[in-house]
Design a protein around this ligand. Structure first.
Ligand code: FES
Length: 159
């Protein structure tokens, strides 16, 4: 196989095997696909600004730091980005609406990563407790430090 095939928001994508393994999934999304909702800050897996949901066929999606993954290793992946979860044109996802309603967006830079982390968690586990939601907060950083409204928003998804 001379190409790496995967899907982004349901759309078939591929890169040639000649692509350097240094090209991350985040680079591919932001530069190659012009999907700039996934942000970057640390580029070393520490901030969660770049989180997307990814799954292999038949598996539940998991939150992935797209800055740490080479796009050449995404064969067979189903990738969802914030653009695929909700937008002004297509309509916002309940996670996005709730985050905004609770004033959890603040400067907004980290919001896509937060939404995608929570989206992945909800996809992988249909029922979440408040404790599980709180414990999931280690994966993302809000540089405005406004964690309380983000937590209050996402706790509304606990069952
Ligand atoms: Fe910080 Fe990817 S950019 S975790």
């Amino acid at each position: 196989m001379d190409r790496v095939n995967f899907r982004v928001n349901g759309k078939p994508c591929s890169v040639g095997r000649e692509v350097s393994s240094d090209v991350t999934l985040l680079d591919y999304l932001r530069v190659g696909s012009e999907l700039r909702g996934s942000k970057y800050m640390c580029r070393e897996g520490g901030c969660g600004a770049c989180v997307v949901a990814a799954a292999r066929a038949g598996d539940a999606p998991v939150a992935v730091n797209s800055c740490l993954v080479s796009v050449t290793s995404c064969e067979g992946w189903e990738v969802s980005t914030i653009e695929g979860v909700g937008s002004r044109h297509a309509g916002y996802h309940p996670l996005q609406k709730t985050l905004a309603k609770h004033n959890g967006t603040q400067c907004g830079y980290c919001s896509p990563g937060w939404v995608m982390a929570m989206y992945s968690l909800l996809q992988s586990k249909k029922k979440l407790t408040m404790l599980e939601i709180e414990q999931s907060f280690g994966s993302n950083i809000c540089r405005c430090t406004g964690y309380r409204p983000i937590l209050e928003a996402f706790k509304t998804f606990a069952s």
